[in-house]
Write a protein that binds this ligand. Structure first.
Ligand SMILES: Cc1cc2nc3c(=O)[nH]c(=O)nc-3n(C[C@H](O)[C@H](O)[C@H](O)COP(=O)(O)OP(=O)(O)OC[C@H]3O[C@@H](n4cnc5c(N)ncnc54)[C@H](O)[C@@H]3O)c2cc1C
Ligand code: FES
Length: 425
């Protein structure tokens, strides 16, 4: 029998050995897999921590850069320390930081962006206002706001929301949310070239800041300052302008009234009757070799910039800012729509609307025309309020935006489609 048992035992032992080896292999594989999963989890956790660290570092870097540049991230609380009427319709607001920390410097001509909490609105209303005093005034920021009534053509329309709110519902002591000074329309004091500053109506605010900054910095080049108003009661900063001219022999102020009152005398109360324009510059300036800084109502700016170009002033020496919706091109009017202009479909994904674009309108104007609500502030590519994700398709800008958004998003206030697009709006 032994000779029979022996082979069975050997076979059994062999089978057991094979099973054992297989089990060992299976356990090893399982362990290796478990180790790999664990290692992966640890790796993912480390990656997440690293990502967090990087995001934190990026945010800190951004804050550091902003602080170094004289700004801050997001919005900061400011208290209205003083409200000073400049005219029947314009009031200056002196703003001090609520946190009591120092005020960063700004460049003369830049603006602040406000997020105003109006009582009847769910979302804050975003509006931009130019800094109207000199950066050398380091204790406060000042803005000067014109209260907008309904336009004469539409007397039944509501008055300007933000300007009326600031004038009537923001008393001294009120706290406002304010974004850091921004904007590319500023006087470069290092440039040291003769300058012409032109302000139409409340468009005087950024150029007045430039004038005060230049005087405070001892700018030694010729400075011409033209201000356009209808009559004396609408001309703000009159006393300051005269005082600056008296104190600085390189400064020449010219007040231009288009419709002076009977008791306002040419040569005594104002310098020129009529609009600010290139005909006047030709009479007064020895040449066109100046840098021109212009801010005013769109028709004035369109006219003056076109005439300056015709006078031979290089485009680089014509610098301007438009307030409000009419962000105008330098010399050309809005392009006419050619008969064979391409038509693109624009889908506003959240609103469930798809419409055709075939013209010169910005995507913001197209959205508004079809009751798609997108928040906007400057409507000129400066404040970043209207940033909207582009889900698919491509857009373009006539001029590169000052507040360039991240890849995959666009500033709809100045963007136009160059293909069919789907917007996250
Ligand atoms: C960079 C920049 C700097 C600026 N700096 C200054 C500054 O220093 N000072 C200043 O005063 N402004 C400045 N502005 C303009 C400012 O941002 C606001 O646009 C301005 O105060 C008007 O805003 P609002 O909300 O009062 O008027 P909105 O409510 O926008 O109304 C604008 C006008 O439209 C009229 N309106 C409203 N609804 C209708 C309707 N249905 N039909 C017809 N008309 C209607 C209103 O009566 C009003 O006259 C600046 C703008 C920019 C972009
Ligand atoms: S509204 Fe200011 S960037 Fe578009």
């Amino acid at each position: 029998m032994d000779w029979l048992i022996a082979p069975v035992t050997v076979q059994l032992l062999g089978a057991l050995l094979v099973i054992g080896a297989m089990l060992h292999l299976a356990f090893s594989l399982l362990q290796a897999r478990r180790d790999a999963v664990q290692a992966r989890t640890v790796h993912d956790q480390r990656l997440r921590i690293l990502e967090k660290d990087l995001a934190g570092a990026a945010a800190r870097h951004l804050r550091a850069v902003r602080d170094a540049e004289g700004g801050w991230s997001g919005s900061r609380k400011f208290r209205v320390e003083r409200k000073v009427p400049e005219s029947d319709t314009v009031t200056s607001f002196y703003l001090v930081p609520h946190d009591g920390k120092p005020l960063p410097a700004f460049k003369p001509g830049q603006f602040l962006t406000f997020q105003l909490k109006l009582p009847d609105r769910a979302k804050p209303l975003v509006r931009c206002y130019s800094l109207s005093d000199s950066p050398s005034e380091t204790d406060y920021y000042r803005i000067s706001v014109k209260r907008l009534d309904p336009p004469p053509k539409s007397p039944e329309a509501p008055p300007g929301q933000s300007s009326t709110f600031l004038h009537t519902q923001v008393p001294e002591g009120e706290i406002l949310d304010v974004k850091a000074p921004a904007g590319d329309f500023f006087l470069d004091l290092e440039e040291r070239r003769p300058i012409v500053l032109i302000g139409g109506g409340v468009g005087i605010t950024p150029v007045f800041s430039m004038l005060k900054a230049a005087c405070a910095a001892g700018y030694d080049q010729e400075i011409w300052f033209f201000s356009g108003a209808r009559f004396g009661a609408e001309q703000i900063y009159k006393d300051d302008l005269r005082a600056l001219e008296a104190a600085h022999e390189n400064v020449r102020i010219r007040l231009c009234y288009s419709n002076p009152t009977d008791d306002e005398k040419l040569g005594e109360h104002f310098h020129h009757q009529g609009y600010v324009g290139v005909e006047l510059f030709k009479k007064l300036l020895p040449s066109n070799n100046y840098v021109f800084y212009i801010c005013g109502p769109p028709p004035m700016m369109a006219g003056v910039t076109a005439d300056l170009a015709e006078w031979g002033v290089p485009e680089a020496d014509i610098r301007m800012e438009a307030f409000g919706p009419a962000s105008i091109k330098k010399t050309e009017p809005a392009p006419a729509v050619a008969a064979d202009a391409p038509t693109f479909s624009v889908e506003f994904a959240h609103s469930g609307k798809t419409v055709n674009w075939s013209g010169a309108d910005s995507l913001l104007e197209l959205a508004e025309a079809h009751d798609v609500v997108i928040d906007s502030g400057c409507r000129a590519g400066n404040c970043g309020t209207c940033v909207t994700a582009v889900r698919s398709g491509a857009v373009d800008y006539a001029t590169p935006p000052a507040a360039a958004p991240d890849a995959g998003s666009c500033l709809v206030c100045i963007a136009r489609p160059t293909s069919n697009v789907v917007l996250d709006a």
